[in-house]
Design a protein around this ligand. Structure first.
Ligand SMILES: [Mg+2]
Length: 166
């Protein structure tokens, strides 16, 4: 399999964020969760965390995870959401480039082996995680509504998932 395609294949795929087996991840030593926000934990391009995201983050905190948002969004909006959730955030992460993920690892003082990057997009979240050497998990979109430049990538994601069998 060519390397570029390998970078698109997540470690696992789940329909909903809440389906992720976090206890198993903990047992595997994955203690640092690097999370996309837009259309992963809440609707695309919003300024306030959803109740769903608040519950998820509280649950992860109670299990003892270190958590950091890793967002391609401009600093003001993603920082606002992160601060309302009480977690740190790396903004302008440039996913699928690796610099945002690496900045997050640095911020969390976490080795690659204990981190997981979780998000709703193959061409940003999964690729950034894989290319940074971090385990990546793909979750399906929080909702169908999203900005056009994300929407146009979905048919290509479908094709990649079909070819990759995931
Ligand atoms: Mg997203």
């Amino acid at each position: 399999m060519p390397n570029i395609f390998k970078a698109m294949v997540p470690y696992a795929v789940y329909k909903k964020f809440s389906d992720i087996p976090f206890d198993e991840l903990l047992k595997d030593g994955k203690t640092c969760m690097l999370l996309d926000y837009d259309n992963t934990l809440g609707p695309d391009r919003t300024w306030e965390p959803t109740d769903f995201s608040r519950e998820i983050i509280e649950n992860l905190k109670s299990k003892g995870f270190d958590i950091c948002l890793v967002s391609n969004a401009k600093s003001e909006r993603s920082s606002n959401i992160a601060s309302l959730l009480g977690i740190p955030c790396v903004t302008c992460a440039h996913k699928p480039a690796t610099d945002g993920v690496l900045r997050a690892l640095d911020l969390m003082k976490a080795g690659k082996d204990r981190a997981v990057m979780i998000g709703d997009q193959i061409f940003t979240d999964v690729m950034a995680g894989n290319r940074a050497g971090v385990c990546s998990i793909l979750v399906e979109q929080y909702e169908k509504k999203e900005i056009w430049y994300v929407k146009i990538k979905r048919p290509f994601e479908k094709l990649v998932r079909k070819i990759g069998g995931f």
